[in-house]
Design a protein around this ligand. Structure first.
Ligand code: ADP
Ligand code: ZN
Ligand code: ZN
Length: 700
């Protein structure tokens, strides 16, 4: 808990105090005589040579010094604000200069949060000043005392407006027996005020969200507060509405649309204990709630939980660490958790609780598989198979809605043999090679093996070797041409560039203004629309052959999620899945809705190829204006690291290889990866400085 807040940190430690024996009854006066130093992280835009600097504390200021308060310090000829991260009884720097002022009465960050910041810096090899910047919004760090306040924040969309609606709370439904059992460990820990980490594995529509709500209710009833993380606020309008209806006037929604000033206001309100429930994307894990009672993470497998810039933290791991430090329970929910998470639920650290059935008792929709190789042999070159086209026609005549899902993301081109359905793969890594058109070569993203584009498939000899290329826009055009009069909507990064566009398209589809929605993974998650009676997965393989060891997991998850959009109403629904790889274990298990079967196979693959959860990875990337210079720098680092770490250290240095996006904003990028059980041992030797970036536990 942040209950430590009120307690004074040990400003005067035992050591020096002993040298000044206190007169009887005067236990407190020691503070006046013992020297006090502080470790301060200056708050500047630029990089300083060090992360922390030691200052002495003048006697008259020792009373208000504790970790988490801001101070003003002399720095060279300048004066800078900074954050106290530790109070010390001695200093190696005899010449430590005194701080000039203490800026806060109450610490900006609780001691627990300061500890969390240090943990993040260590775990992700990130500079502590950057971690603090990520934790505390700019306005809250730099502006006056923590009590200063401005007007409430603007809202960005109807969903978020709803989140601030005042009103009477919606009555919760009576939990089913299955829900009660699944919720029990969590509710027990909330009541006892102790840490517990629970994985809630529940199929789509099994009532997980209702369990989150019940847990938050329980925490609030005890006068405590809650954080609920969701992958992306803009993609979660329905969930926000549900939360707003249940906790009217008590909810703050933290999202990327807020300005710095708005973010600062919300942060301070939270710090002052004025907000009970924070729902937000990954950075909401830093909401400084003084009476935290529970942390909820929805869809724990979402890649959006990994921050893609410094500090590159994973919000799920941070949430678990926060729960440990604050002594509160954390629940991770998903229909398709990462296998690392599932593995932890079997090897310790996480408790597993399950909801194996949909709340209505209705079965999950059956998934029909269409083998695209056969379709091709039959001469059909359209992106829609015969059965999908027929089903689309049928759903139109019976008045239902349909979703056509095609996940074409990134710019990687996978080389696929249309004769046998196999992608061109790496012989060492069981991942697909990436075709770099510029160099005309196919590279393994992990180990660096490389080959030219073959004329014939190495497996079956077919010359029908193609780069995968169909996208949603082309699909929309084709469907419009074949089904004149079918009312279409499209949702992808191109059509939702405007702030509220996602919400508008969603609302129009919900209101029945379109018969068919074509979309990327944006349409895959969370939606609970009763009229969707057909889901067509146009090509399940786009993610399957992604050059990432997680491609099987991502594919399983996307199929499961998008199929889960069907059959939520009273009418029966169909899911049609098109694939060149019907026998791939990720596809097979998704088709039978078998998470455990999938996880079992996936974990075996990970063990064979030494990928997480059996190892951890850290990837170092160098950017340079010249390709050759980037490659040389990467090679030099690999050679140096290999020499330092040596064989038998249990750490592999893989690469260097061109980065997935080899050229980004005019810079060439090369990378290498260190893999092993104790990657921390490599941390001190990783290349830092100009052009380098370090990504611990990378997620693509
Ligand atoms: P999930 O988060 O697992 O997808 P939800 O919590 O959204 O599942 O539940 C699916 C549907 O069932 C929602 O429409 C929800 O309102 C409803 N629901 C959940 N729990 C109950 C319950 N105990 N009684 C009645 N309806 C429920
Ligand atoms: Zn082939
Ligand atoms: Zn490889």
């Amino acid at each position: 808990m942040y209950a430590y807040d009120a307690r004074c940190a040990p400003g005067v430690p035992d050591g020096p105090a002993a040298r000044f024996p206190a007169p009887p009854g005067a236990r407190i006066m020691l503070a006046v005589t013992a020297p006090v130093f502080v470790s301060v992280v200056p708050d500047t835009r630029g990089m300083l040579p060090q992360e922390r600097y030691t200052y002495s504390v003048p006697d008259e200021l020792t009373g208000s010094i504790r970790p988490g308060v801001r101070v003003q310090v002399p720095f060279g000829a300048r004066s800078l604000p900074g954050l106290v991260v530790a109070v010390l009884d001695q200093s190696d720097h005899a010449d430590a200069r005194p701080i000039s002022a203490v800026l806060d009465e109450e610490p900006l960050l609780s001691e627990a949060m300061v500890g969390l910041a240090e943990w993040i810096a260590d775990r992700y090899c990130a500079p502590l000043p950057e971690v603090i910047k990520a934790m505390v919004p700019k306005g809250a760090r730099s502006a006056g005392p923590a009590t200063g306040r401005r007007r409430g924040p603007r809202t960005i969309s109807a969903a978020l407006t709803a989140a601030r609606a005042e009103g009477t709370a919606l009555q919760p439904p009576v939990l089913t027996e299955a829900q009660r059992q699944a919720a029990a460990p969590l509710l027990e820990a909330i009541a006892a005020g102790r840490h517990r980490a629970v994985l809630l594995l529940g199929v789509t529509g099994s009532g997980k969200t209702e369990i989150y709500l019940a847990a938050i209710d329980a925490a609030l009833a005890l006068g405590r507060q809650a954080i609920c993380l969701v992958p992306e606020i803009a993609l979660t309008p329905q969930m926000i509405r549900r939360f707003a209806a249940r906790f009217p006037g008590r909810l703050a929604v933290s999202h990327s649309g807020l300005t710095d000033a708005e973010r600062a206001v919300e942060w301070r309100r939270a710090r002052l204990g004025e907000i009970d429930v924070v729902v937000g994307s990954r950075s909401a894990v830093f909401a400084p709630l003084p009476r935290l009672g529970v942390v909820v993470v929805d869809e724990e497998d979402a890649s959006a939980y990994k921050q893609d810039r410094v500090p590159r933290y994973h919000a799920v791991d941070v949430a678990l660490e926060l729960g440990r430090r604050a002594g509160v329970p954390v629940v991770l929910g998903s229909a398709t958790p990462r296998v690392e998470t599932y593995y932890r639920a079997h090897t310790g650290g996480l408790e597993l609780t399950t909801l194996p059935e949909r709340i209505t008792g209705r079965a999950l929709p059956p998934i029909e598989v269409v083998d695209l190789r056969e379709e091709l042999r039959a001469g059909n070159r359209s992106p829609l198979s015969l059965s999908l086209a027929r089903a689309l026609e049928a759903s139109r005549t019976d008045g239902g809605q349909s979703i056509l899902y095609l996940n074409r993301r990134g710019t990687a081109t996978v080389v696929l043999c249309r004769g046998c359905g196999e992608p061109l793969g790496c012989p060492n890594c069981s991942v697909a090679l990436v075709y770099h058109a510029g160099r005309g070569r196919c590279d393994c993203h992990y180990c660096g093996s490389s080959r030219s584009l073959p004329d014939r498939c190495p497996g079956c000899g077919s010359t029908a070797i193609r780069a995968l290329g169909m996208g949603t826009e082309r699909l929309e055009a084709e469907v419009a041409e074949r089904f004149p009069g079918l009312r279409l909507l499209r949702m992808d990064r191109d059509t939702v560039q405007r702030r509220d566009a996602y919400f508008e398209i969603y609302e129009r589809f919900r209101a029945g203004e379109a018969d068919c929605l074509i979309g990327t993974q944006m349409v895959a998650k969370g939606w609970d629309l009763g009229r969707v009676r057909l889901v067509g997965i146009v090509n399940a393989d786009t993610s399957l052959h992604f050059p990432d060891y997680r491609s099987g997991e991502v594919t399983f998850s996307l199929i499961t999620q998008v199929a889960g959009r069907a059959g939520r109403g009273d009418e029966p629904a169909r899911v049609i899945l098109q694939t060149y790889s019907p026998d791939h274990y990720a596809v097979r298990h998704a088709v039978t809705h078998d998470y455990r079967g999938f996880a079992h196979d996936e974990i075996r693959v990970r063990r064979t190829h030494r990928f997480p959860p059996y190892t951890r990875l850290v990837t170092c990337t160098i950017s340079h204006a010249e390709d050759g210079a980037a490659e040389a720098a990467a090679q030099q680092s690999v050679d140096r690291l290999s020499a330092i770490l040596g064989a038998g250290a249990g750490l592999d240095v893989l690469g260097p290889t061109p980065a997935f996006l080899q050229r980004l904003r005019g810079q060439y990028r090369w990378q290498f990866t260190v893999r092993g059980e104790e990657i921390e041992r490599a941390f001190p030797h990783l290349p830092r400085g100009r052009g380098w970036s370090i990504d611990v536990d990378p997620v693509m």
